[in-house]
Each structure stands twice: as C-alpha cells, then as structure tokens.
Design a protein around this ligand. Structure first.
Ligand code: UT7
Length: 338
C-alpha cells in the first residue's frame, strides 16, 4: 500500500506584459464609422494596447512569463512544462509559440506546446496543468496566455476592430502537499455547433494562402457579435452558478470574481445575476479591450500589482470564447502578496 501524500496543483505566481502603444476610441473614430460614445456605451472600452510591428506573441508571452517565474521564486531550470494558449501564434502552425517562448527564456529540452481555445485558453491551460501535476508527471508548469490580436483584426471593420487588444499574462502552477493551496475545481467545456460565431477563416486547410484569402479578407477575425453576446451572458452565469454550487461556496465568499474581459455589459449582467458587488468584480476591459487568452491572467496581474490580491485569497475565473469554448475555475492565490 502506498503511503505517499496526495499532490495538489497550486497557483504560485502571476505576471503580465502590456505593449506600449495605445489605440484610443478617438483614434478609431478617425479609422472607421464609429464614435467614442458608441464604443463606451456598448462595450465599456476606452482604449486598448497594440504591439509594435516587430513585437510578436512570443515576445509578449516571454516577458509575462519571466515575471511570473521571478515572482514564483524559482529558477528557469525548475520549469518542466511550458504551455501557451493563443489564437494568434507567431506562426500558423509550427513551430508552436510555446517552443519559441521557451527558447527566449533559455528553457531547453523541456516539453512545450500550444493550445487553441480562444478566450478560454488560459483556464483550459489551468485544467491541463492541474492534471499533469496531480498525476505526478510535472512539478512546475509555466502557463501563458498571449495574443497579438491586432494581427488578425481588420481595421476597416467597425464591428470587430473596436474590441480587441494585444498583451500577455502568465502563471506558474506548482506541486504542493498543502491542500489549502490547491486549485479547488475547474470546469471546462465546448460546443462546436457554434463554431461559426467566432472564426478566423484563413490560413488553414480550408483556406490555404491564396489571392481569394487576400481579396475576401479571410485572414481576419469574423464574429457574430450579438449572438455571441447573448450566449456569453447565459453560459458564463450558468457556469459560475454550477461551480459554486458543486463546491458549496456562495458568491458572497468570493473576494475576486475575474471574468473574461470582452464587454462591460456582459460582465455587468453576469455579476448582477450572481449578486456580486463592484468590489468583487475585476474589471480591466476599459483599458485593455478584449485580449482573448491573455485577458484573465492580465486581469489577475492587475489586482496583484495593485496590492488587492493577497496570499490565500479565493479567485473565481469565468471565461467564454471561440469554438465555442467556456470554462470556470475556483482557486486560492498561493503566491506571496505584493
Ligand atoms: O471574446 C469572445 C467573446 N466575444 C464576445 O463576447 C463579444 C460579444 N459581443 C459584443 O460584445 C457585442 O455584440 C458588440 C459590442 C460586438 C456589438 O454590440 P451590440 O449591442 O450587440 O450591437 P449590434 O451588433 O446589435 O449592432 C447594433 C448597431 C448596428 O446598426 P443597425 O443595424 O442597428 O443600424 C451595427 O451596425 O450598431 C452598429 N455598430 C456600430 N455602430 C457604431 C456595430 N459596430 C459599431 C461601431 N460603431 N463600432
């Protein structure tokens, strides 16, 4: 009979990187038929950050990751798995952005791969990291959500270009025997029946590079905004209600509700349905826009850097994105407070 203690996965640290250049609503007013008033009222977004032309998803991911590793207080050599969630990888589709980030960090001969789960990518990675650690296969996993979303945005399409921004966030997930530090639960799901709600049609096997791709702008993100909006509110609310109920936790016991930052109206509707106060709901969409897989770790980093996130604080993550994919997670912050 084995006498070894169970191993749990813990969320040890957070880091993020935000590119320097800012694209304001006033800038967008000069580019497409829109107004600051419309954007603020319909989305809550005031500005978003855009990566430089020679700054790639891997550059942003590596910067966020370096910070997360430093804050975890471990060496680069201690990392035994590198995972990156992105739908705007440096290359479609190899090498993976995780491999490029590993090289930029000086991490070699370590398993590394990307996943594609759009805005749900970071919470999906959390579930993968938890499984790897609890099975005893890995001890310190670097998870990164990084997007250069501006590389797939059509800046003549007012229905999408006002929404998205660039950035990256990263975390170190480590093995622990201390149950009070453990990630409590993660629910992740998908339904490909709604695949056409959010699509970047090219490049891929369906539309390899061609003149048609360029002429029809198939390399740009397309979104059924209003349909996605309605389903997002419904799914995000149900997802959180379920994870809280299964774990016997009430929404008032959550100090930090960190939803995917797509639209203030979605966040508000979900927060209200769950009877969350403004203090509980983390809001960064106004200054970053929607940064897809980077949105949740960038938001966690914000509350960490402002000193709001303390060691042991319970976090509730909730996300929704292309695929369609969705996921929620309940976990304590196991790192040191800032
Ligand atoms: O991250 C993954 C998940 N993504 C999301 O969750 C995004 C979900 N969707 C949304 O956030 C919202 O649907 C949008 C912000 C994209 C759009 O807001 P909406 O309230 O759903 O507007 P709508 O698409 O129903 O459009 C209303 C009107 C339309 O005009 P008509 O047909 O009523 O004359 C649009 O053409 O607003 C027009 N419109 C704009 N007007 C000024 C659409 N975009 C703009 C714009 N500026 N940028």
């Amino acid at each position: 009979m084995s006498t070894s203690k169970p191993i749990y996965a813990s969320f040890r640290s957070i880091g993020a990187y935000v590119p320097e250049k800012i694209l304001t609503n006033a800038d967008l007013e000069k580019m497409v038929d829109t107004t600051d008033d419309w954007i603020v009222k319909r989305t809550g977004i005031n500005k978003r950050h855009i990566a430089a032309a020679d700054e790639y998803t891997s550059d942003m991911g590596a910067k966020a990751a370096k910070l997360a590793i430093e804050r975890a207080g471990i060496s680069m050599e201690a990392i035994d798995l590198v995972l990156c969630a992105t739908v705007t990888p440096d290359y479609f589709n190899m090498p993976s952005t995780a491999c490029i980030i590993s090289d930029k960090l000086g991490i070699h001969n370590v398993q590394a791969f990307d996943i594609s789960a759009a805005c749900s990518g970071f919470v999906y990675l959390l579930s993968i990291a938890k499984a790897f650690i609890e099975s005893g296969m890995k001890k310190n996993i670097l998870i990164i959500g990084a997007e250069k979303f501006s590389s797939v945005v059509d800046y003549t399409d007012r229905t999408t270009c006002i929404l998205f921004g660039d950035g990256a966030g990263a975390a170190v997930i480590s093995a622990t025997e201390n149950k009070s530090e453990a990630i409590i639960d993660i629910h992740a799901s998908a339904d490909g029946a709604y695949a056409d709600f959010l699509v970047t049609p090219a490049p891929g096997a369906v539309y390899p590079a061609s003149q048609q791709v360029i002429d029809e702008g198939l390399n740009f993100v397309k979104m059924k905004g209003n349909e996605t909006f309605k389903l997002a509110v419904k799914t995000l609310t149900k997802d959180v209600q379920e994870i809280l109920e299964v774990n016997g936790i009430s929404s008032e016991d959550i100090p930090h509700f960190i939803p995917h930052q797509a639209n203030y109206r979605i966040i508000k509707a979900v927060g209200d349905a769950l009877k969350m106060t403004d203090e509980q709901v983390v809001l960064t969409v106004g200054k970053y826009g929607n940064t897809s897989a980077a949105s949740i770790p960038m938001a966690i980093n914000d509350i960490y850097e402002s000193g709001r996130l303390k060691k042991g604080d319970l976090m509730l993550l909730d996300t929704f994105g292309g695929g369609l994919t969705w996921a929620s997670a309940l976990l304590p912050f196991a790192g040191d407070s800032k």
